[in-house]
Write a protein that binds this ligand. Sequence first.
Ligand SMILES: Cc1ncc(COP(=O)(O)O)c(C=O)c1O
Length: 365
Amino acid sequence: MDDWLKRFVPPEILSRKSYTPGFQPKSEGNLVKLNTNENPYPPSPLVANAVLEETKRLHYYPEPTSSNLRKLIAEKHQLEQSQVIIGNGSDDLLNLCVRAFSDSKRSVGMLNPSYSLYPTLTSLQRSSLALIEFSDDQFDLPLEKIISSGINLFFLTNPHAPSGLSFPQAEIAKILNDLEAILVVDEAYADFAEDTSIPLLFEADNLIVTRTFSKSYSLAGSRVGYAVSSPQIIEVLDNVREVYNLDRMSQAAAHAALSDKSYFEDCKAKILNERQKAHTFFTSLGWRTVESQANFIFTEPVTKGGKVGKEVAKSLFEYLEGQNIFVRYFPNHRLTESKIRISIGTKDQMITLIQTIKNWLNENS
Ligand SMILES: Cc1ncc(COP(=O)(O)O)c(C=O)c1O
C-alpha cells in the first residue's frame, strides 16, 4: 500500500490479517474438492424452481427480516419466532455477535485451534481476543480455563472444527452456568451430529446457537445461516444487522431447501455412510482418526515405515493436490500440523481419494 494511503487507514486495520478461505477452483473440471466442507450433492431440485420464481420479483427489495424463514426455523426447533434471526451465512451472525457484544474492554474468547474467522471478525471490531489452548491432544474441553477467562463473548465450535469431535452437552451447560458471558455455540456441522445445544435455550438466556444452510442443505453458494437465542439477544442482534441482509433469491432457496425434508435426509444419510466407511479405512491403516460428528474427517497420516508428523501430513496433502484432490492442511498449530482434514464427498469421490492414498502409501515408505 502506498504511504499516502496508509495515513488514512487506522493502524488496527492496517495490521489485521484477513481471512484465508479454502481454495476455490475456477472451474469444477476433473477434480475432487474435499477442502471446504461443502455438501457434495447439489441442493434440492425444489430450490431451482423457487429461485427462478423469485427472479420475477427482483425489482422489489427483499423482506428485511426474512420473516417466512424465521417462522419455518422456529417451527423446526419448536421455538418462538422471536428467538430466530437469519444471516447472510452464519458468518454474518458471528460478525453480528462480535459487533454487538465486544469492544476493546469486552473481550472475545475462542478455542485454539477452532474456526479461524473469529479472530478476523474480532480485529475488524477492534475487540480484544483471548485464545484458549487445549490442555491435551485429545481436544478435551479446557473447562476451567474457559470459565476463569473473564471474557465477555465466547465462541465454542461444536462439533469442533477442524477435529470433528463433539463436546459433551453437560460441559457446555457448565460453561453457560459458570461463565458470566454470552456463549455462542457455533453449530455449523450439528446436522451431522447426534447432539445439539438448542434445548439449553430453555434454561439459559445467555446462549446463542448458530447454524448454517451451507453444509447440510447444500447452499454454501447462497449464503444463508441463522441463530437461535433468547428474544432479548435476538433483539440486540437485529439492532446491529444490515437492513436487507438476505437477498430475495437466498430467502427463497433456503425456504425450499428446508421444506424438502426427504431430500435433506437422503443426502445426510449418504454422507454419514461415507463418513463411517472413511473412518473404518483410516483406522484400519492405524491412522489416529477422530470419531467425527461432522461432514469431514480429521486424520493423522502414517507412512508404511511408521513415520508421522508435519512432513508426512504435508507430503500427503501435496500428493493429493498433485492428483487434483483437494483437502485441507493446517500447518500452524501443534494439534493440527501432523493431520489433514477431509470433507466427506460422494461415494465415487471417496473411492478416488482412498485409491490415491493407497498409491501415496506405496510410493512413500
Ligand atoms: C465452524 C464454522 N462456522 C461457520 C462457518 C461458516 O458458515 P457459513 O457458510 O454459513 O457462513 C463455517 C464454514 O466453514 C465453519 O466451519
